[in-house]
Design a protein around this ligand. Structure first.
Ligand code: PGA
Length: 247
């Protein structure tokens, strides 16, 4: 069974525009939308598009509520590698989000399990996520749900795999600075979103793309849980090319 809507974009910028369109439409239809946001290299262009549309007066974030997928454990929010920092740089400082409507997991507390539980409760209290943005890891992770994570997981603490730590090294000065743990929405949290959009860009994701496209469902490939959802759009580009196109 494979009920996804698959959209092949002409380029990275085209993928970003098409993905942003879904968020623009969502905000225009429901200004108080609850948006699920992702970090990483893939969504940067989408955020740029959202900022452009905000500047053009096409969307407002005044009533929007956001929940980020994940955050590292033990990385101060002022550190450039943190997802708090990333979100501020990519989106929040450029638009009119109300700071108390911004939610990102807190990985800087002593009781991390309580922090995870509180985050899950906040999502439920907000009425659930209307539209969730996702990237996909080379190992098929969504959020920081690494292979073998239970499909019934809610927000929890995870130990990062070496492939994830390697992929994220670019955001830290030295390999030893890459955190070993993170706090992430669980797979169940993610699939409870009303609508989901997945962006996949570049040949490094070829294996993950092929596995997702196969439709097989298995806990050792976290993204395959999305096949149990009825409203998923996958926008992909440059999967077969070795050249990463920016045009
Ligand atoms: P990337 O990360 O966009 O930086 O490739 C995606 C992910 O790991 O989910």
């Amino acid at each position: 069974m494979n009920s996804f809507k698959w959209i092949e974009a002409k380029s990275y910028n085209d993928m970003s525009r098409l993905g942003a369109e879904l968020f623009i439409q969502q905000l225009q239809e429901k200004p108080a939308s609850v948006l699920g946001l992702a970090t990483g290299g893939t969504p940067e262009g989408l955020y740029e598009e959202l900022v452009r549309n905000y500047n053009d007066g096409k969307i407002t974030f005044e009533q929007a509520v956001t929940f980020n997928l994940d955050e590292y454990v033990g990385v101060p929010v002022t550190n450039k590698g943190s997802y708090h920092y990333y979100m501020d740089e990519q989106l929040f400082q450029h638009v009119n989000m109300q700071s108390n409507n911004i939610n990102i997991p807190n990985g800087n507390v002593t009781d991390l399990n309580a922090s995870a539980e509180a985050y899950e409760a906040l999502i439920q209290e907000a009425g659930g996520i209307d539209l969730q943005l996702l990237g996909i890891g080379v190992n098929g992770h969504i959020g920081f749900n690494e292979p073998s994570t239970s499909f019934t997981s809610t927000t929890h603490i995870v130990e990062l795999t070496s492939s994830t730590r390697e992929a994220n090294q670019i955001y830290f000065e030295q390999p030893k600075d890459v955190p070993t743990h993170a706090i992430t929405m669980g797979i169940q949290t993610i699939v409870q979103a009303k609508k989901i959009v997945v962006l996949i860009s570049g040949a490094s994701k070829q294996e993950a793309y092929d596995r997702l496209r196969s439709g097989d469902i298995s806990e050792d490939f976290p993204a395959s849980a999305l096949h149990m959802h009825s409203d998923v759009t996958v926008i992909f580009t440059d999967i077969r090319n070795t050249q990463f196109s920016q045009e």
